[in-house]
Ligand binder design. Structure first.
Ligand SMILES: [Zn+2]
Length: 183
């Protein structure tokens, strides 16, 4: 990255002298990170040959919760941890091009997806005059939605490895996973 267009002693009009945006804070953290970074020389193929699909919820520290190290897995996160067409796209690439064999699906307690409904889509349409092409994929019952996600992975024609697909609900208060058995 280069910041040479604005010498540090002459801050540009748009750059606050103190504080800064959250992104500024992240950039500063990255500079410190890069200072101590050494190339781990890793292959792009996940060491444990596993892809984890989980909700984007800020309370889930996926790597720590699952004892994962850098390079171990692919992590695919979205609102709800739902298996959408785009998750299937990533899983197809993960399995076919990067050697993963197992899929772990994680929803969680207290998910924001349980507080909205498909009305979200209609409200959006009313507000902006255009209906989104995507489904909201809201759900009431996390376990039931995990079952649905398992089915979507297992029945996808694009995924060659569907023997080891397991789903869980993560409890944000205890940090514990509960396995959801497929029906
Ligand atoms: Zn969630």
């Amino acid at each position: 990255m280069t910041t040479s267009t604005h010498p540090t002693d002459e801050p540009s009009a748009g750059a606050p002298r103190t504080g800064g945006t959250v992104t500024d804070r992240l950039i500063e953290a990255n500079a410190r990170y890069a200072d101590g970074f050494t190339d781990p020389g890793m292959d792009a193929r996940p060491v444990l040959h596993v892809a984890v699909v989980a909700c984007m919820d800020a309370r889930i520290d996926l790597h720590r919760a699952l004892g994962l190290e850098l390079g171990d897995c692919h992590t695919l996160r979205n609102a709800g941890g739902v298996v959408t067409d785009d998750v299937i796209r990533s899983l197809a690439i993960s399995q076919r091009a990067l050697g993963t064999r197992s899929v772990v699906l994680i929803h969680h307690t207290g998910c924001g997806m349980q507080t909205i409904t498909e009305d979200f889509r209609h409200e959006l349409e009313l507000e902006v005059g255009q209906r989104p092409s995507w489904a909201v994929e809201a759900f009431q019952d996390a376990e039931q939605d995990v079952r649905q996600s398992i089915r979507r992975v297992r029945t996808s024609p694009f995924l060659p490895h569907v023997d080891d697909v397991r789903g869980f609900v993560f409890d944000v208060k205890t940090g514990r996973l509960s396995e959801v058995t497929a029906d």
